[in-house]
Design a protein around this ligand. Sequence first.
Ligand SMILES: Cc1cc2nc3c(=O)[nH]c(=O)nc-3n(C[C@H](O)[C@H](O)[C@H](O)COP(=O)(O)OP(=O)(O)OC[C@H]3O[C@@H](n4cnc5c(N)ncnc54)[C@H](O)[C@@H]3O)c2cc1C
Ligand code: SF4
Length: 332
Amino acid sequence: MNPFDYERASDARGAVAAVAARPDAQFLGGGTNLVDHMKLGVAQPGMLVDVTRLPFDSVEARPEGGVRVGGMMRNSELAADPLIREWYPVLAQALLAGASGQLRNLATTGGNLLQRTRCPYFQDLTTPCNKREPGSGCSALHGWNRDHAVLGGSSECVAVHPSDLAVALTALDAVVRLQSPGHDRGLPVHSLYKLPEDDPSHDTVLEHGELITAVDLPEASPHTRSAYRKVRDRASFAFALSSVAAVVEVADGVVQSARIALGGVATVPWRASRAEEVLRGAPATEETFRAAADAELEAAEPLRHNEFKVALTRNTIVAVLRDLAAAEEGSG
Ligand SMILES: Cc1cc2nc3c(=O)[nH]c(=O)nc-3n(C[C@H](O)[C@H](O)[C@H](O)COP(=O)(O)OP(=O)(O)OC[C@H]3O[C@@H](n4cnc5c(N)ncnc54)[C@H](O)[C@@H]3O)c2cc1C
Ligand code: SF4
């Protein structure tokens, strides 16, 4: 590991000023991703600004409706929060499907959203990787690509985004609150991430020095139901091969509204807008659910080793929608 400076921030203004002042500075959350990358030589920050003691570590009901989740809140605490469990089960389920108990005790909201891909070539300095070293090539495109993307890829990069939390937040229409020396802003989670196109080196649209202070969740309707299902090689401690987050309202056998996001299959947390269009106003039947999944996956471009992800995702979307519709029926 290279030597680096370390500073523990006591206020947000000081933290963003410290990172903005040095191009080689980075925020440090729980360190479960960044420190690994420093050990591997994938990241070489000259300075770490530790933001874990900043006072953004709780869930608060907002007067205008919805809740604000602190950017430094630990994943395990967020998953256990009563407001989240009652009103946003998709979020609690996604968090509990991620990593392990020990990792979730350290990992923060902001750090989880900004964790980098688990593509093995990205982590292996001996292999070409456009994300790590722009212009060097993509080893996965014609290499081992079982875990890679079938949606949103380009000839430059086909790595999947690894965060379960980001998939749930995308389906919830959450907004990330950002602070920087120049201005504060809010950004819908689905606009935070960048498709790789011809430059996969930047995963997000964030500017250097922008700090995630919070994530706002819109008010949850008592009529919607939500769920997260993750399919993976092992029951825990494994990233998604495919995952589905769904927030759905069904009344009188008709889908009133549907927000769906996919994980493990795309270069960004993938909003399944085509599926949503098919679902809206349609009868809540198996046939509709299949048509919705097919509409979304029509655009899939599987690679040599991951064609199985298309059928897996189709079946997972249908299963999640079927379960949510059945739960609604059972409650009526
Ligand atoms: C073995 C293993 C299995 C895992 N399995 C899963 C899984 O199944 N699902 C899943 O979703 N994740 C999984 N993870 C990843 C884990 O969830 C992430 O490492 C963790 O969420 C990152 O959070 P952190 O606070 O530790 O971030 P850090 O490592 O501290 O930071 C990550 C990045 O975010 C930046 N950053 C941190 N906080 C902020 C902030 N507030 N504002 C702006 N930038 C910030 C840092 O500069 C860095 O670039 C796994 C990790 C391991 C090691
Ligand atoms: S898929 Fe992306 S991260 Fe993986 S080797 Fe190719 S460029 Fe690098």
